[in-house]
Ligand binder design. Structure first.
Ligand code: NAP
Length: 255
């Protein structure tokens, strides 16, 4: 039995990495998936690959930090399908590694506008559509850096910590309203995607060694490890979960 059969889903940042893996798994488990991203070439390729494999997918360009884009993406989907059951707020940027003293206000805002404003806008416009659909599940991709600190990631950690509590606040509000909308966060550890590739290719080995040293098992995660958690939260199997945080980190935060 497919685990999200007949559900209509949006996955943001779905051109790459974790978002692409989540969109692919949701489609394999029976959902009709709208992939969105600012990267049009890779986004179309990801949707095409799902359709070729027998799934149901489409792609639309979407900057998650722009409210007008959310209105058009969610409005267009509602016009076509009349419902939204699952929203995966996954699009994000790393903001780069830099100390607080070297972080300009523009650096800070650039990171928060995607990672936190983007999730807020998704929760707002996604929930409006879900109310018209009788309910739904919102899955916000945070990070282990939304739970614990690390040097040189202040803006990223602040954005992901914000996602963690935005998730809980929204979950409580929608529960109190009787909206039948669940909201949960996912906290990945180091996962092998373009985001965790060294910016400077000559430092790839050093960066790889750093990531492995942080992991208790020495193993770096795969995007499908996170997609499985997203699928669970999207499906009715998690119907009693809201406001919770699903940590998928190979044990990093258990140290
Ligand atoms: P990724 O491979 O870089 O994918 C992120 C996607 O989001 C990219 O296609 C990116 O496009 C897109 N994006 C960035 N800004 C956007 C915007 N304003 N509007 C729409 N799309 C936008 O990264 P990933 O590792 O899969 O990350 C996915 C999520 O997981 C992020 O929220 C990230 O913070 C989180 N996460 C990742 C890890 C990890 O180890 N990989 C760990 C914890 C949490 P561009 O390529 O054009 O930037």
């Amino acid at each position: 039995m497919a685990r999200v059969q007949g559900k209509v889903a949006i996955v943001t940042g779905a051109a790459s990495g974790i978002g692409r893996a989540a969109a692919t798994l949701l489609a394999r488990e029976g959902a009709s998936v709208l992939l969105t991203d600012r990267n049009e070439t890779d986004g179309h390729a990801a949707a095409d690959a799902i359709n070729t494999a027998g799934g149901e997918a489409a792609f639309v360009r979407h900057d998650v930090s722009a409210e007008a884009d959310w209105i058009s993406v969610v409005g267009g989907l509602m016009d076509r399908t009349g419902r939204l059951d699952v929203l995966v707020n996954n699009a994000g940027v790393s903001g780069g590694l830099r100390g607080i003293d070297d972080t300009t206000l523009d650096d800070w805002r650039a990171c928060l506008s995607v990672n936190l404003d983007g999730v807020f806008l998704g929760v707002k416009h996604g929930a409006r559509a879900m109310r018209r659909s009788g309910g739904g599940s919102i899955v916000n991709i945070s990070s282990v850096l939304g739970l614990v600190g690390m040097p040189r990631v202040a803006a990223y950690a602040a954005s992901k910590g914000g996602v963690r509590l935005l998730t809980k606040a929204a979950a409580m509000e929608f529960a109190a309203n009787g909206d039948n909308i669940r909201v949960n966060s996912v906290h990945p550890g180091f996962i092998r995607t373009p985001m965790t590739r060294a910016r400077d290719a000559s430092r790839e080995a050093e960066w790889e060694a750093f990531m492995r040293a942080v992991q208790p098992t020495g193993e770096i995660g795969d995007p499908t490890d996170i997609a499985e958690g997203v699928l669970h939260l999207a499906s009715d199997a998690s119907r009693f979960m809201t406001g919770s945080e699903l940590v998928i980190d190979g044990g990093v935060t258990a140290r």
